[in-house]
Design a protein around this ligand. Structure first.
Ligand SMILES: *Cc1c(COP(=O)(O)O)cnc(C)c1O
Length: 474
């Protein structure tokens, strides 16, 4: 049942100019530009018009619907949303360190400073200062990458997906790429190895079985049209039990015998051997390169802890060939990323510095004592009324590295646990996600958890304030 005379009601909608003179709207101008306020008003008035004409408003509701108070509150909400950034900082309390949905690695302070320095004015991005002519944007990080990894040459592109695509397209367009069935993975965001291969123009030749692949499987599949032997890090999944995979170094000797390039997509990629710090084994980029593999690709923003980037290291003549592929231009890295990447890589010259300054590494290696102290500090700052309301306590739990790195590794951590009773756990989760800044926790067995490992020190005093603001000010 719609309105009996919608056109009469349309006439009652306030005018833009009239609304702009309203005191509440007037006060918005202190924080939001006038042009945005005008747009918000127009948008709301449009919506009101549509609602009236579409007969979705009932006769009984129309008076309230068209009341000035109601319209103004809609406009305020809309203007605030339009006037504030959509992409914003959030507090990661999930305990997943390399969380792709939350922007993966936070940058080191020094990396952020380099971004500011390089981007506020001009830079020598593609300018050779010695020769006074055009230079290469890739030249800035190549020396440090080859130094750190032992590779002959290196280049960087937009992300690792682009690096894999580019390498496949350069070396295997129209040719077969041999890969183990156990490595035909999908990682988040619809990156599936078979799809990437097809898009790059390569022909997938899968060998072996899901759980076991042997060197002879690869060997039997080699033909005169084989372009590449590919090994892919299985990242976010593992097959356990009766398994067998071919080591990179065996693939390398097979490749040498048949004169076929061997490439490894390492996914996360790390320069530090985490066994030195009591964690499980994950081969380093340096180690993988020592097998003689021709090309290795990995991400800049997973375990490395830098900005989004795809790093390609390997044999000089092959890197050169990739650089000449016209697609390189479409996936090139920008100056902000380069600045942050160079600063991040510089820390790795001294691994002690890397684990001291790179947030991702700091979080992976954070010890229980420190995490427990953070938990106690946060607990202490939470208002007693909040504690009583949600039966807040500190518990032991496990965090994850994330980003497909060390998927089986459970890092012991401490969490602040909430047991809501007057609202649902989902409602608590929703309220905190909509806070400023949003707090992203996790729900487990109907409890709401804040994992201290990924909560930054500066955020420890923010969280109790946010909780009080939402739940005590009503
Ligand atoms: C993460 C990952 C990629 C994609 O890297 P991005 O940097 O996200 O583009 C490719 N391959 C593997 C094995 C990965 O783990």
């Amino acid at each position: 049942m719609g309105l009996s005379s919608p056109h009469e009601w349309l006439k009652k909608i306030p005018k833009v100019d009239e609304l702009l003179k309203d005191k509440e709207i007037e006060s918005l101008k202190e924080e939001i530009p006038r042009s945005i306020i005008v747009k918000a008003i127009q948008k709301i008035l449009d919506k009101i018009r549509k609602d009236i004409l579409s007969e979705s408003i009932k006769e009984n509701d129309i008076a309230y619907f068209l009341s000035k108070g109601n319209i103004i509150s809609w406009i305020k909400k809309e203007a605030k949303m339009m006037g504030s950034p959509r992409l914003k900082r959030v507090i990661n309390a999930t305990g997943i360190i390399v969380h792709t949905n939350l922007g993966r690695s936070p940058l080191a302070f020094e990396a952020i400073n380099r971004i500011i320095e390089v981007s506020k004015g001009y830079s020598n991005l593609e300018y050779d200062l010695l020769e006074g002519r055009r230079g290469l944007r890739y030249s800035h990080v190549e020396p440090i990458l080859t130094y750190l990894t032992g590779a002959e040459a290196a280049m960087v592109v937009n992300n690792n997906a682009a690096a894999v695509f580019l390498a496949l397209n350069t070396f295997a367009k129209g040719k077969e790429v041999i890969i183990s069935r156990g490595e035909l993975i999908e990682i988040g965001g619809a990156f599936r190895i078979p799809d990437v291969m097809r898009q790059a123009g390569a022909i997938l030749k899968e060998v072996g079985t899901t759980n076991r692949t042997h060197l002879f499987d690869y060997q039997k599949a080699i033909t005169s049209n084989t372009g590449l032997l590919l090994k892919v890090h299985t990242s976010n999944y593992r097959i356990l039990g009766f398994t067998s995979a071919v080591e990179t170094k065996e693939l390398v000797s097979l490749g040498k015998r048949f004169n076929i390039h061997v490439m490894e997509d390492l996914g996360s990629g790390n320069f530090i051997d985490f066994r030195d710090y009591g964690l499980s084994y994950e081969p380093t980029v340096q180690e993988v390169l020592r097998t003689g593999v021709d090309i290795v690709t990995f991400s800049g923003d997973k375990m490395l802890g830098g900005p989004q980037a795809g790093i390609i290291v390997g044999k000089e003549e092959l890197i050169k060939e990739i650089g000449q592929n016209p697609i390189t231009r479409a996936v090139r890295i920008d100056k902000l990323t380069l600045a942050a990447l160079e600063a991040t890589l510089t820390f790795y010259l001294e691994p002690k510095e890397a684990i001291k300054h790179i947030p991702t590494l700091k979080m992976i290696l954070m010890d229980d004592k420190r995490i427990h102290n953070k938990a106690r500090l946060l607990y202490k700052k939470i208002d007693p009324k909040i504690k009583a309301k949600f039966h807040v306590e500190i518990k032991k739990e496990f965090s994850q590295v994330g980003g497909g790195a060390l998927p089986l590794l459970d890092l012991p951590t401490r969490v602040i646990v909430f047991h809501p009773t007057d609202i649902s756990t989902e409602e608590l989760d929703l309220q905190l996600r909509q806070a400023t800044p949003p707090i992203i926790g996790r729900i487990k067995a109907d409890e709401f958890l804040l994992d201290m490992r990924t909560i930054r020190d500066e955020e420890i005093k923010e969280i109790p304030q946010i909780l009080s603001k939402i739940f005590l000010s009503r």
